[in-house]
Design a binder for this molecule. Structure first.
Ligand code: IPD
Ligand code: CA
Length: 276
């Protein structure tokens, strides 16, 4: 079984391969897409998602890794002689809708774990593919952006805070009522459209928190970002303030509050009114 540092190097190779593999699709993004059906996560598959997933699998196979793939596109697939020795959870492209429109905010997300649950993730990588910026973490060893150690925000007041909120749902009336108090108390609200990367923005202190209570974000989107944020000093819980645990599967959904530090987290939890 690969050691942790080997894994980091393999994931960086995956990221490089994803970057080159999606280039033809970036150029062809205005062409009418073929109907490829729906991926394991429930969204229509796009060629660029498949190209990114294929690139990741190819690099893992080239490195002779035996693993269970848990992907937003292909679902669960076993590779090699001992696939239960590690689980590789991927969102090949997070922010596909941004990518196809030419909005420069999309990422690839890869997490390695000893079991198919969030708490077992011990290596994570999220790469901003447009800006070529890569966030990584090994459990217990901190979080890094392009090799430089990162730390989440220490800001505790909402008066000057910048908080990401995902309101991207037709059920917005129900969601908005849970978030009204938080919005009323927060200086700046943002949503960029690639939640794995938005967790890394909290990790790097670019934003102070990120909240998603829609009940529709897939576990595959957060597997790597949660480790990166925690390793950077941030806090992630359910909107009720409980430990965040989820099965790693493209069909599993997750709600969370992710913050730069424990104090602002407590303030945010006090303002969010979760559906019990
Ligand atoms: C999407 C992004 C987006 C969020 C959606 C996700 P995808 O990921 O993270 O910000 O609002 O719920 O599905 O589908 O591009 O991998
Ligand atoms: Ca995706």
């Amino acid at each position: 079984m690969e050691n942790r540092t080997d894994w980091l190097s393999i994931l960086l190779q995956c990221k490089d391969k994803v970057k080159t593999s999606i280039q033809p699709h970036l150029k062809a993004r205005r062409e009418p897409p073929p109907d490829l059906g729906v991926g394991a996560g429930g969204d229509p598959i796009k060629l660029v998602d498949l190209a990114a997933e294929k690139a990741i699998v190819k690099i893992l196979q080239q490195n002779d890794v035996s693993f269970t793939l848990i992907s937003e596109e292909s679902g669960v697939k076993k590779f090699g002689a001992a696939p239960a020795q590690c689980y590789v959870t991927v969102d090949p492209i997070d922010g596909t809708n941004n990518l196809v429109r030419g909005l420069p905010f999309y990422a690839t997300s890869i997490a390695v774990s000893t079991a198919p649950v969030l708490s077992s993730v011990y290596v994570g990588l999220v790469a901003d593919l447009h800006h070529d910026t890569t966030y990584t973490a090994l459990a217990g060893e901190g979080a890094y952006c392009d090799g430089e150690k990162i730390a989440s925000s220490t800001a505790v007041s909402l008066d000057d805070a910048m908080i990401g909120l995902d309101l991207n749902t037709y059920r917005v009336a129900e969601i908005a009522s849970q978030l009204t108090s938080l919005i009323q108390h927060t200086k700046h609200i943002r949503h960029f459209g690639a939640n794995a990367l938005e967790l890394c923005y909290v990790a790097a202190g670019l934003t102070d928190a990120f909240v998603d209570v829609r009940g529709k974000l897939r576990a595959t989107d957060v597997a790597a970002g949660v480790l990166i944020l925690r390793e950077a000093g941030g806090v992630v819980t359910t909107p009720q303030g409980e430990a965040l645990e989820v099965k790693l599967d493209a069909k599993e959904k997750v709600n969370f509050v992710a913050s730069g530090n424990a104090q602002i987290h407590k303030t945010i939890l006090g303002l969010v009114k979760p559906k019990c």
